[in-house]
Design a protein around this ligand. Structure first.
Ligand code: PEP
Ligand code: MG
Length: 744
């Protein structure tokens, strides 16, 4: 081989470019056997029971589907030793195992290397030849390097590559919305605007008037869809439809379509160009919420195309004995969901998207499961029965009667459980021994204001103001900000609302205020560091918040990413100045309470110094854990090392709670940690009395609190603080949650 590196890159790239898993594995084995000039190249996948399944082979011919029992043969030895095995005469090795009914006995040499992902052997790559010659060192090193790169690709290959029609086949995706459903598949695979070609348009004026007709027709359709689904969902979720309407009437979008038509493109081509401009813009954003908005643009584009091409909006009729419908599509749109009567819709399944997709948000509001990112949806057929498990993000195709019955039983239990949680809405979150915990919600999306209230939230613990900023195309002016802050504050009148000042930078970028060239954005110009530098933004924002709150006294301001005392001093000076301005202008208002997020570990030792300058602290466990553990919260490669109940995280939170108590500073939690029942037990045990979380998790946590005793939580926390491993801590709390009947 002339240049190992070039060969290696060529193979990895060729495989990565393929979409079909069957082709991927075939390309792997074909190209390796050719490059290394070996008679055989086989790829085994190690399944959950440690069996080695032959995914593909070039040269090895077996009569049957090959699956080696755990630890069996030289492949088993590679798995066990996590090391390559390179032999001139494989048959002479004590671990040798000849595959029956195959041509394996005709090969002499064997070199097997492990494919490792997150410390686990997930596959074995084997080359064999008829000559009794060990693979030379250079080629073995090549194979080892290649295996390390292929591990990532193989990990993404569905386990079903070999069993396309097996019973009870499990397809995996991501959780979009929780719940269980059993129903019949209805594919919603309409025309895709992205696939429309450019074409010449001869009469631009006629095409432009067509555009305006089309916009009117689509607006009318969206309105009908909103009415159809609106009665079953909270008002703020129904606003997803308004978002579509607003996008449609966006002048910049319409101008972009018009100028593309003027440039000679026909209407569908012009729509595609304009919509793609926005989807690319959203797709390039690192913030997952905003990236998910690109799907809204795509859905809107597909809808425009459907109406343009004369597709009629069909509503599904309700029959008395009809089974639930499972809507399956690349991206099921909110319109697709709206057309199915909510009594009939069982679940939503998409091959793209995430829990932030509007399809998932709407599913959540309707109380139905959604599973997103299922790569194999092409294998699903309309009319087939499907089980959707929105808790694990899995689907079961061709389920046996026994499995269906099992799921129907879970479904029944779940409905009973949901009724129980609904009944808790107006009850207090109080432990069995009388300790009252305040449960608040995290929001930012207008869509989750009402679900928060419906879940029984006692206020908003974290309003992420950057989200409304992100979905605009320039900084909103003071009056516009007053509008959206008022909406939130009015919805929660009489309840506390903790509004965070703009927390942009790092993974939250504004399209119109990009921050470039930072080596470590997570440690860079973000949060309060940024807004104090661009202080006019902060002045406008704080003025808008205070004016929106007026004399209601429920506004609390939280400052993100605070690191040093000077930041608070400067903020407080600015606040005094703003209050002076507002008084001079004749506004009626109350100076809000101001607190800080503890996200930067440096603040922990400084709480006493901060105390006289602030009114409360809110622990942002997402960033705090990221910095304490030095684990990037957005990096999937290290995600499995991130645990909220890591002993170091618990120990620092305990320190914060103690220090805050000493200074009589109220302390609350607003990171994801509070929504994890195990972590919540420990937080309560350490003395936390206010927790903010997503609306979806609030009833569950309330239920847990009402079953728990503070005294047990506190002794558990005491024990946990002495433990060295997150896993050990989880087990101890799990045991307690089982004993009180919260966990099975
Ligand atoms: C946090 O860091 O815990 C937090 C709540 O803020 P965000 O997730 O918005 O960074
Ligand atoms: Mg944060």
């Amino acid at each position: 081989m002339d240049n190992i590196l070039i060969e290696l890159t060529r193979i990895v790239q060729a495989v990565a470019l393929l979409n079909d898993p069957q082709e991927q594995v075939k390309t792997i084995v074909d190209s390796i056997s050719k490059t290394l000039q070996q008679d055989v190249c086989s790829l085994y996948r190690i399944d959950q029971e440690a069996k080695a399944q032959l995914l593909a082979s070039k040269g090895l011919i077996a009569e049957d589907y090959v699956s080696l029992p755990p630890g069996k043969g030289l492949v088993g030895l590679v798995v066990k030793s996590k090391h390559s095995v390179n032999l001139a005469d494989a048959a002479a090795h004590p671990h040798y195992y000849n595959l029956q009914h195959s041509n394996e006995h005709t090969f002499k040499s064997f070199c097997g290397v492990p494919l490792v992902r997150s410390g686990k052997v997930i596959g074995v790559l084997v080359v064999q030849s008829k000559r009794a010659v060990k693979l030379n060192m250079e080629l073995e090193a090549f194979l080892v390097t290649l295996a390390s790169q292929l591990a990532m690709i193989v990990a993404g290959i569905p386990s079903t590559v070999l069993e396309s029609s097996a019973q009870n086949r499990v397809l995996s995706g991501m959780v979009g919305a929780p719940g269980i459903a059993v129903g019949r598949i209805q594919l919603s695979l309409g025309a895709r605007l992205a696939e429309v070609p450019d074409a010449k348009c001869d009469d631009a004026d006629a095409e432009i008037s067509c555009l305006y007709e089309l916009l009117k027709a689509v607006q009318a359709e969206i309105e009908v869809e909103k009415q159809l689904v609106g009665k079953d969902i909270p008002e703020n979720v129904a606003r997803i439809f308004d978002t579509y309407s607003q996008l449609l009437s966006d002048k910049v979008l319409v101008q972009r379509i018009e100028s593309e038509i003027q440039a000679g493109n026909w209407l569908p081509g012009a729509l595609r160009v304009a919509i793609q401009h926005y989807t690319q813009l959203f797709n390039a954003m690192t913030d997952p919420y905003l990236r998910a908005r690109s799907e809204d643009m795509e859905n809107l584009g597909d809808k425009l195309l459907a109406v343009w091409s004369g597709q009629k909006m069909e509503q599904v009729e309700l029959h008395a004995d009809q089974e639930s419908i499972i809507l399956v599509g690349t991206q099921v749109s909110v319109s697709d969901i709206a057309r199915v009567p909510s009594k009939l819709i069982g679940a939503v399944v998409c091959s793209e998207g995430s829990s932030l997709s509007h399809a998932a948000v709407l599913a959540h509001a309707l109380g139905i499961p959604a599973v997103m990112g299922v790569r194999e949806i092409k294998e699903l057929k309309s009319g087939d029965r499907l089980i959707v498990d929105g808790y694990s993000g899995q689907l079961i195709v061709h389920a046996s009667e026994a499995i269906i019955n099992e799921y129907l039983q879970i479904l029944g239990e779940e409905q009973r459980h949901r009724k129980l949680l609904d009944a808790l809405r107006d009850k207090e979150a109080i432990t069995k021994d009388g300790v009252r915990i305040t449960l608040l919600v995290n929001t930012g999306l207008l869509a989750d204001i009402t679900p928060g209230l419906n879940s029984g939230a006692e206020g908003i613990g974290l309003y992420r103001t950057e989200i409304p900023f992100m979905i605009r195309d320039c900084f909103p002016a003071e009056e516009e900000q007053i509008e959206f802050y008022s909406e939130v504050l009015n919805a929660y009148k009489g309840k506390p609302v903790y509004m965070r000042t703009l927390d942009i930078g790092a993974d939250k970028q504004l399209p119109y205020f990009p921050i470039h060239d930072e080596e470590n954005p997570a440690l860079g110009w973000r949060g309060i560091r940024l807004t104090l530098d661009v202080i006019q933004l902060l002045v406008t924002q704080v003025r808008a918040m205070i004016r929106a709150a007026g004399t209601d006294n429920n506004l609390h301001i939280i400052l993100p990413m605070v690191t040093s005392l000077d930041e608070i001093l400067t903020f407080n000076e600015m606040l005094t100045d703003v209050c002076g301005q507002l008084t001079d202008e004749g506004h009626q208002f109350i100076r809000p309470a101001v607190g800080i997020m503890i996200e930067v570990p440096a603040v922990i030792s400084q709480i006493e110094n901060f105390s006289p300058l602030i009114d409360f602290i809110s622990i942002g466990t997402n960033d705090l854990s990221q910095f304490l553990l030095a684990i990037d919260r957005n990096n999937a490669r290290v995600a499995n090392r991130y645990d909220n109940v890591h002993p170091a995280v618990l120990s620092e939170i305990n320190r914060i709670v103690k220090a805050a108590d000493k200074c009589r500073l109220p302390v609350s939690i607003c990171g994801e940690m509070g929504a994890d029942p195990i972590a919540a037990v420990l937080l309560i045990g350490m003395g936390v009395r206010q927790i903010s979380m997503s609306a979806a998790m609030l009833p569950e946590i309330k239920n847990m609190i009402r079953m728990l005793k503070q005294s047990s939580a506190s002794s558990l926390a005491e024990r946990a603080l002495k433990m060295g491993k997150a896993q050990e801590i989880r087990q101890a709390v799990e045991k307690e949650l089982q004993s009180i009947g919260f966990l099975d």
